[in-house]
Write a protein that binds this ligand. Sequence first.
Ligand code: ZN
Length: 99
Amino acid sequence: MPEEIRLRDVVEMRRKHPCGSVLWTVTRIGADIKMKCNGCGRVVMMDRVDFIRRRRKTVTQGPDAPEVTLGLSGRAPETPHSETFGGANEQDENEGDAT
Ligand SMILES: [Zn+2]
């Protein structure tokens, strides 16, 4: 999964909120990520690194896609411009759920 954060993302966090919900909606993206609990409406802020670490997955990706690169735009999509993303496998697979 790409470490992508979009406005209006609905994300599932590794840890349950005290209200019982694991779903949050991203309401603001900046140096810090602001998100709102889908269960109780509480808003919290955390930095990107923390957010990505605590996020289990993105449930619904937000509509805020400034540039959608599907190869459909005017520029010749045929060019095999190989882009290698090196450190993409730095994933925290540690399931630290102490339920
Ligand atoms: Zn909550």
